[in-house]
Design a protein around this ligand. Sequence first.
Ligand code: PLP
Length: 412
Amino acid sequence: MSEEARRIARATLPEGLRPETLAVRTALPPSQHCENSEGLFLTSAYVQPDAATSAQRFADSEDFTYSRTSNPTVRSLEARLAAMEGTEGAIATATGMSAILLLCMGLLKAGDHVLCSRSVFGTTINLFAKEFGKFGVETTFVSQTELAEWRAALRPNTRLLFAETPTNPLTEVCDIRALADIAHGAGALLVVDNTYSTPALQQPTRFGADLVMHSATKYMDGQGRVMGGALCGPNRLIKDVFGPVMRTAGMVLSPFNAWVILKGLETLSLRMKAQSEQALAVARWLEARPEVARVYCPALPSHPQHELAMRQQSGQGGAVLSFELKADTPEAARAAAFHVINSTRVLSIATNLGDTKSIITHPATTSHGRLSEAQRQAAGISQGLIRLAVGLEHVDDITDDLNRGLSTLNSL
Ligand SMILES: *Cc1c(COP(=O)(O)O)cnc(C)c1O
């Protein structure tokens, strides 16, 4: 670092800064050009001044040698993420799924057992059950909210407990502290997928989780542009376990995507708060509609884990909600849901979330479309269920858009 760069903002931050400040300021020190916005280092290799320095840098992985090992933009993102989650370290990955891949490659071997909530993201279930099953790692799926099921399913070889809270699309909330106690009592680690709440609302390690996993594709980027993921936790795992696996397995985040996500984090707490408040307003509006049978949103007092959610999520429900339309048969429910979705003229019909653009989804035929009808029923995903990931449009334009279909359902 140049002498001038050493003296300017963020080169060394004072202690005790608040999360919003850390989200804007934490990064590697600036280069000799003293750029204010963090630099984007699109380079695969780093030139070494001489062979002896090169040898020393290859021996000490803290220095930059090759971007599968480390990249300054990616390292800035990792520093900012760790600061926001309140963990010692973080390691960025190409996608959310590759963060779980890195987790399992780092911590598991044939003969190990995993306990996982039945309500986690569908691809996560496939990765544990199908892909890791092939390598002799067995996974048991249990209820998101029944702690007795988690305790009863523990085995002497259980290494990991994996949960996501709130879940998609039914917004079930699990008690992180209680799951951490169960994991630690059995000598296992608790990993929490914090994609939905983000550290702006929920820091799972404060409640005893050992590792936090993210799909940065969602709220961290926040504008639907790039894919990314991360694991956050203590350095004995991040640096000593996952770092070496990453160097050999190579599911690294591209520097460009890291830079986009780094910029997204600067507005994360504003967006999470605004989008959560909009989601609650839409949820209240839906709850008052005669066409709607039930609304799932942790911020509503009618939510079964409302108090727990408010305690864990800084008093916010998050920006994803679901609602179920009244109907007599599954066929009528599906027709009603398709009518409400097809009547929108502003919302995006897509299967993603965490965007400033509100997104409307029919889970039974998209994210949960490959399940049998019986599996879908067991998961509580009815044909009349609609998921809404609330963005930043004016809230009245969102409810007006939903009203186009709701108010014309009797014409079906
Ligand atoms: C999207 C998502 C993932 C997977 O992340 P990708 O970035 O799409 O690989 C994992 N968990 C949750 C909760 C998600 O929403």
